[in-house]
Each structure stands twice: as C-alpha cells, then as structure tokens.
Ligand binder design. Structure first.
Ligand SMILES: [Zn+2]
Length: 439
C-alpha cells in the first residue's frame, strides 16, 4: 500500500476559509518582519505599515513594498535573516550568473515545512511510497536536489541521489535499480531521452519509468511530449526559487492544468511589471510572492520576474489552491528586438512544431548600424537533409515565415548539423546577446 501525502483538510479547503487563513498569516508575517528584520523595519516603516494591524483585508497586500533580487543581493549574505545564526540549520545559495549568489537560510522549522510542501507537490504528481526516484539535479548549494530529496523521503519513496552528470551511469541506474521516476531539468531529461534511444538497450529495459518530475527551467508542451515519448514517463512541472525556499512553492497535479500553489505557505499575486499595479484574476503579468510561514528568511512581495497567470476555479483533482500557468517567460529573459518583446519560449514553440528540426536551438542577437538582428540557429534531426539544397532552403523559409507571423519580426534562420549545438546538464543557456560587446 502506498502511503500518500495528500493533506486534504488544507489542500481542499474552501476558498473563503483559505483566504481567512492567509490574511491571518499575512498579518503575523508583517509583524514578524517588522520586528525581526531591520531591512523590513525600515521599508515597512517608510510605507506607513508599522505592523500587521495595518493589513485589514488580503487585498491590502498591495500596499506592502516589493522586495527585489537586488534587495536580497544588497543584504548579502545574511541581512535578510530574521533569527540568530544559532537557530539556522542550513544555508543554500543559487548559482548567480553575475556577482554574488542569492543566499537562503533555514531554521529546523523551515526545513520540516519545506519537506511538507514538497511532499504535497510530489504526491500531486502521482508519486507514492512505492516509487524509486532518481534525482539527477546537481546536489550542493542548489535548492532543487535536496528540496525534492526530503519531500520524496517524507512520503516514503526510495530516493537515489544520483546528482547531475555521468550520463552513462545515470542510464545504468535507471535500468538496474528499477527506477520509476526521474527528477531533472527538462533539458537534461531530453538529453537522457536521446541517450536512451542510442543506448543499445531495448526500450523495455527502461519500462518501469513512469514519472518525469521536471523543474528549475521552462519546458514547452512540445519538449514535454518528446521527453514523455523517449523516456516513457508522464511529465509534471514544479516551481520554486531559492529566494522563496526552493522548489515546493507550486506543482502540477496529474490533471495537468496548472501548478497548484501551496497557498497556505505562499501568497501569490500577479502585477503589471511596468506600472507595478495588481492585474485582474486570470490576467498575465509578473508573479509576486509573499512567504506566509518562513522563519529564517521571510520575504514580503518578492518580485519573481516570472510571467504567468493565476486561476482560482476549482480543479478536477479536488484541490482548491490557485493554479499557476506554466511560466511563459522571464521579464529579464524577454528580449527587446527592434522594439518588439520576444520570449525564447515563443521561438521554441514554433520550432518544436516542425518536422526535421530538433528541440535544440540557439538565439544570437547582434546590433549593426543601430539595427538589431536576431539569428535563430536550429539543429536538424537528420543530416541527410544537408545534401539537398532545395529541401534545406524550403525548411529555412518555412521556419522564417512562421517566426515572422508569431513574433512580428524578421529573423535570420540558420540550420545546423545534428548534435552541433551545446547540450546542457543544468539550466539551458540559449540566448547570446552580443549587442553590448564590441566585435
Ligand atoms: Zn489539480
């Protein structure tokens, strides 16, 4: 009998009751931040919110000042901490691509709570105590691996802390240990899927694989379909970030119609990233999150830079917690080319819908004579195509025309040989913006 971790009383709580709980926790959290974090004492004081008593309704959250990544960076490493270091049991950090990493600190209470939120996410994804899950996220400072690790152990699943890299060994464990689920980034899952096909073992050698629990970067529908085909899994998405705890903020249930927010622990909002005003329910904008239970490093109205929508209608699975759409892009991934907003995910969705090209691509943005130019390098799936100039030209034109209709922009499409673009074991880096470098 698989032990499941569905906290029915909380996860199916009627909205009115849930929102009353959120209001109570928000007021307590504002008090807690005001009294324990000098940064928030100052910020909240300047906004005239000298404690939770000023918050009369949940919608009053909009009067609380935002917290940005820069705020967290400016207070590196421990300036956002609300408890003395002796109460901290663990430190994580995100791999900042520029400058100092983002640090997250955890009390024992935070670690226990995190495991609980994570246990809900993997349970919603269909994982039980009977599953054997291989975690192919890199362990270390990154929150992803240990976050999933503790949540999966909490529900009684068997965890293999494979970490990332050494792909042959990854495949060997998938076959020999009877692995039923894989935790990885979508790009690494895609890569492992390619290797499975070439591994020389029949597909049956991997037949026990059922769950693909993917996260930490975006995954288009088409990419998801390819991973599901090549690995024989059902893919579910989950969401989180070091600034908020790590993974376990939201996760997809098996209905796969959005990622349920753990709303008793995280209060989500969607704002217009330009005007900073709240968006209506169901409208797209930047996701802003307030932690409602975190002790070590609480965060008020954190601007995630992720673009999404929130839906509040009940889900067929019975959960009442809001569903967040798969992240559509990041406000800082958004390329502005000749004044047009372009998300890499839009380009991906065009490419994966076409024959003879793979899901691997690269974007190169350059500027010449004050004019931006976007080159889209696309990998072919079959090198025999390279022998037919006519076919190549036709394919190139089809991609170009489709991109023009989706983006409203002229691009240069370059077709490259199979397997010539870089593969990523962590997060994919698909955009090269060379506009500010001298050539
Ligand atoms: Zn659901």
């Amino acid at each position: 009998m698989g032990v499941r971790y569905f906290q029915k009383d909380i996860e199916t709580m009627p909205r009115a009751q849930l929102e009353a709980l959120q209001l109570e926790r928000l007021r307590r959290m504002v008090d807690y931040c005001y009294n324990n974090v000098p940064f928030y004492h100052k910020r909240l004081g300047e906004a005239g919110i000298e404690g939770g008593g000023k918050i009369k309704a949940l919608s009053d959250v909009q009067y609380i000042p935002f917290t940005t990544k820069d705020d967290i960076r400016d207070n590196y490493p421990f300036g956002m901490m609300a408890v003395p270091m002796k109460d901290i049991v663990r430190i994580h950090a995100s791999s900042g691509t520029t400058g100092k990493p983002t640090v997250g600190v955890y009390t024992q209470g935070d670690i226990d709570q995190w495991a609980q939120y994570m246990a809900r996410v993997v349970t919603a994804a269909g994982v039980t105590a009977e599953d054997i899950i291989q975690i192919s996220f890199g362990y270390g400072l990154f929150t992803g691996a240990l976050g999933l690790h503790f949540g999966l152990e909490k529900i009684g699943a068997t965890v293999i802390p494979a970490s990332s890299g050494n792909s042959e060994k990854q495949l060997m464990m998938l076959r020999d240990f009877g692995v039923t689920g894989l935790v990885a980034t979508p790009s690494y899952a895609l890569y492992l899927g390619e290797l499975v096909r070439e591994s020389g073992y029949p597909q049956e050698a991997y037949a026990k694989l059922r769950h693909g629990i993917l996260g930490s970067e975006g995954c288009t529908e088409e990419m998801r379909r390819r991973i599901e085909e090549s690995l024989g899994v059902t893919v579910t998405d989950n969401y989180g970030m070091t600034e908020l705890q790590g993974p376990g903020v939201s996760g997809e249930c098996t209905e796969r119609c959005g990622l349920h927010f753990n709303e008793d622990g995280f209060l989500p909002e969607v704002i217009d990233p330009d005007t900073l005003q709240p968006k209506g329910r169901g409208e797209a904008g930047e996701l802003v999150v307030t932690t409602l239970t975190r002790q070590g490093m609480p965060v008020l109205r954190y601007r995630t830079k992720d673009i999404t929508r929130l839906h509040y209608e009940p889900c067929a699975c019975g959960r009442t917690h809001a569903r967040m759409e798969k992240v559509m892009g990041r406000t800082d991934d958004m390329l502005i080319i000749k004044g047009v907003n372009v998300f890499p995910s839009q380009i991906e969705s065009v490419l994966v819908g076409m024959d003879n090209v793979g899901p691997h691509y690269q974007l190169v943005v350059t500027r010449k004579n004050y004019l931006d130019r976007l080159e889209v390098k696309v990998e072919l799936t079959d090198s025999s195509l390279l022998e037919s100039f006519g076919e190549l030209q036709g394919l190139q034109k089809r991609i170009h025309d489709k991109l023009r209709s989706v983006l409203g922009l002229e691009t240069k499409v370059t077709l490259v040989e199979p397997k010539s673009l870089e593969r990523f074991q962590g997060k994919a880096k698909r955009v090269q913006d060379l506009r500010n470098t001298k050539n």
